[in-house]
Design a protein around this ligand. Sequence first.
Ligand code: UTP
Length: 286
Amino acid sequence: MKRVRKAVFPVAGLGTRFLPATKAMPKEMLTVVDRPLIQYAVEEAREAGIEQMIFVTGRGKTALEDHFDLAYELEAVMRGRGKPLDALDGTRLPAGAIASVRQQEPLGLGHAVWCAREIVGDEPFAVLLPDDLMVGTPGCLAQMVEAYGRVGGNIVCVEEVARERTASYGIITPGARDGRLTEVKGLVEKPSPEEAPSNLGVIGRYILQPEVMAVLDAKERGAGGEIQLTDAMAKLIGAQPFHGVTVAAERHDCGDKIGFVKANLALALRRDDVAPALRAYLAEIG
Ligand code: UTP
């Protein structure tokens, strides 16, 4: 079984739910406490053993690549002032660890993943959507890689979602269950609560086999007129092992305003440098 060494970060979306913040700045640069969403996702990937990060970007997204580049001027000034550089930890990756491709038009998540096909090549790869901020020890992707080591094939991260929210997710038809692993017998994108085959929704972490790229080649449009990753993954069911895994991690949907504000509070309240003052302030405003 080939090891998962590459991860695709589809970051070419328009982030319309977060306007005006995302007018000139990528959604993935939104900051939770003191680091941008993309950094949490990249750190999670590195912890899981990923060596190459592939950003699928669009116009106006160069801040994402700059964030992981060497900042000569900044570092020189900081050194000159005797300031420690550890605040930059996690932002300086080994040379060549980040590759990026452009998705010229936001035609959907499936299309974004397909844009990375040449860099992914013929090996399994992970997909991380940075707006799903996952907090867990070990991290979400590390838990999925561990599951992958046992069953191989394709793995999606699943979570029980409220029935009335099924139309916001890809939903699986569950098969046999073994602990945290559930066999995937079917997948449907954004079903209504009446049509949903279960309440197990796919969240923003995937381990996929390269064959999904050949399916995406057909560029079939699905829900919302977009080229959906869910539809392409559904075509692999039966041909390759396919599992959903529920991980021991907390998810914050930072693509949504309330999820984003909650994430800031939850993570800040776990930080020794911020929590005491924040707790005092929260008590004060009641
Ligand atoms: P979302 O559905 O959250 O879309 O995409 P969005 O455009 O980012 O945000 P809203 O809904 O307009 O506020 C899920 C993920 O897929 C990526 C997004 O960047 C996000 O990480 N994506 C989506 C692409 O990279 N390209 C696309 O064409 C669509």
